[in-house]
Ligand binder design. Structure first.
Ligand code: AMP
Ligand code: MG
Length: 528
């Protein structure tokens, strides 16, 4: 049997609903309920994250059978009791009340190499929080969560992880576009891991019940286990905690902006208290650079969660968390000061990230203008975000502007149709950029040191390979026919997103035309 160092902190620190039966209900004054995963007899393991296994120092081959059973939900580890957590949340700006783990079942926590991990199965059956849902997940959304969690980790974006993907061997009924056309799809389970799956919504849940005692218990639990460097006392301790959650949340969102990731459903129940990207649903990767883009068709009307709005939505979500924590802090000006700090920190950090993306090595007064003007010109014409930034190494201060624009032309979706006026806007920007690179060269005396530093700056800020929406879709379409090769290939590719990988060059390409308006590529819904 697989040997794990079990150490359950959440269930040991917070109260359990003793109701033994698993039926949908309103729960209050408890943190979690019992919920046993369904044991799908025909399930099959499809893919395992070998990198995560290494980090866990687990050898799946030594205990292959029990490992497989564990990640498929067919084996309850001795002396553990699976559970579903309760939480609430604001969805699309509105209070939604009780939500909770409706199709996620936590197995246990274990310590690996001094690091705590909670193991959770997503799609393994209903819980008391399933509301009208079936507790199940389909293969397409599970592939998307599995591949993207791991891709984000290798991109250096704070994220929950995915250890294993399996198919249940059973079918699930889903109406993908909510248009009255339900169809059967393959069911799947993702075994995902995170130090903790506690969300902003867990705090909102207790606050909405008026249960300040439990709110305090939860906050103390999270600080003691995940923010244990906070040494202050009394209300200051909670303020320091809120400050750190704010910093971590901002840091995560800045990374999203850097790599062009659009979460799609930034509801407060999908905001990790540890500042990790969580709940990969109708997310997408920016292809044509567009602050107004969202992959989520459920949000088509207001585009609340569009790429350009993510930083301010992070702030809105933090305000909801501040409201939830208020009873513990009772100091509105202090909370407001932290929220205001988020805004200034965002401006500064965003500028720093953009300097990195432009390969700039020094800090100059006009950099903010350079960045703002670039964002404007990027919107004139469809320009692929990933390719544009990755190709910037072709520009240096020896370039003449017309040539520089040509060097970047592969990033344009239809370069030939660029109007004269837009071409001028681009060359104007490039002229200033080229002069700006010269300022850096003058600052770094040694020419080869300059070239090396610039290229290192560019290549570590700008990934070459991301999980483009159509790539995930191709992997899904083959997997639905029983061919998992593409899942393996994309997993391998995305382990080294910043490296040149000539064998995978075909994935360094703009979105193909067929994917422009295809469901699953540019249009995704919350149905999963
Ligand atoms: P999401 O939009 O995926 O973050 O989900 C919002 C809420 O709906 C969470 O409480 C989920 O657990 C719940 N939920 C989503 N899909 C299902 C499902 N198929 N069965 C039960 N609950 C679900
Ligand atoms: Mg969720």
């Amino acid at each position: 049997m697989i040997k794990l160092n079990i150490d359950n902190s959440f269930t040991a620190s917070l109260p359990k609903d003793e109701e033994p039966e698993n039926y949908v209900r309103t729960v209050s004054d408890f943190a979690y309920c019992r919920a046993i995963p369904l044991s799908f007899p025909k399930s099959q393991l499809v893919h395992t994250s070998t990198q995560l296994l290494k980090e866990l120092e687990l050898d799946p081959y030594a205990d292959e059978e029990s490992f497989k059973k564990l990640v498929k939900g067919q084996f309850i580890y001795p002396d553990t009791e699976p559970y579903a957590m309760g939480y609430a949340g604001h969805q699309f700006g509105n209070w939604a009340g009780q939500l909770g783990d409706g199709r996620a079942i936590n197995l246990f926590e274990s310590i690996h190499n001094k690091k705590r991990w909670t193991w959770q199965l997503k799609g393994a059956g209903p819980t008391p929080f399933s509301r009208r849902g079936d507790g199940l997940a389909v293969l397409r959304s599970s592939i998307r969560e599995h591949l993207c969690s791991e891709a984000m980790y290798h991109l250096g974006v704070p994220t929950t992880r995915s250890l294993a993907l399996s198919i249940t061997g059973e079918e699930v009924l889903r109406d993908v576009m909510y248009d009255g056309n339900p169809a059967h799809e393959k069911g799947a389970v993702v075994c995902r891991l995170s130090p903790s799956f506690v969300r902003f919504g867990n705090f909102e849940w207790f606050a909405s019940q008026g249960n300040t005692g439990l709110l305090k218990q939860l906050t103390d639990y999270v600080i003691n286990h995940f923010y244990d460097h906070i040494t202050s006392h009394g209300t200051q301790r909670y303020l320091d905690f809120f400050q750190e959650v704010s910093t971590r949340t901002l840091n995560m969102i800045i990374h999203w902006q850097r790599v062009g990731f659009v979460h799609g459903v930034m509801n407060t129940d999908n905001m990790s208290i540890l500042g990790l990207t969580i709940d990969y649903g109708p997310y997408g990767w920016l292809e044509p650079y567009d602050h107004g883009w969202t992959p989520n068709t459920t949000d088509r009307e207001h585009k609340r969660y569009r790429y350009g709005a993510q930083p301010e939505i992070g702030l809105w979500n933090l305000l909801q968390l501040a409201n939830a924590l208020f009873e513990l802090i009772n100091d509105a000006p202090a909370l407001e000061a932290i929220l205001n700090q988020y805004k200034t920190d965002y401006q500064n950090k965003h500028l720093t990230v953009m300097r990195g993306k432009l390969g700039l090595l020094t800090v100059q007064d006009n950099d903010q203008n350079l960045v703002s003007n670039l964002i404007e010109v990027l919107h004139l014409h469809e320009v692929d975000m990933t390719i544009f930034f990755r190709e910037l190494h072709k520009i240096d201060d020896n370039n003449i502007t017309e040539k520089a624009l040509e060097n970047l032309s592969i990033a344009f979706y239809d370069y030939e149709s660029l109007s004269e006026a837009h071409r001028l806007r681009w060359t104007d920007w490039l002229e200033i950029y080229i002069k700006r690179i010269a300022v850096d060269r003058n600052a770094v005396e040694d020419d080869s040191a300059f070239a090396k530093a610039r290229s290192q700056q560019l290549n570590s800020s700008n990934p070459k390979y991301v999980l483009r929406n159509y790539m995930a879709q191709l992997a899904i379409e083959s997997a639905e026919k029983g061919d998992y090769n593409l899942i393996h290939e994309l997993y391998t590719l995305l382990q080294r997103p910043y490296d040149e990988q000539p064998e995978f060059e075909k994935w360094y390409a703009k979105r193909p035309e067929w994917a422009r308006s295809k469901i699953g590529c540019s249009m995704l819904s919350c149905s999963s």
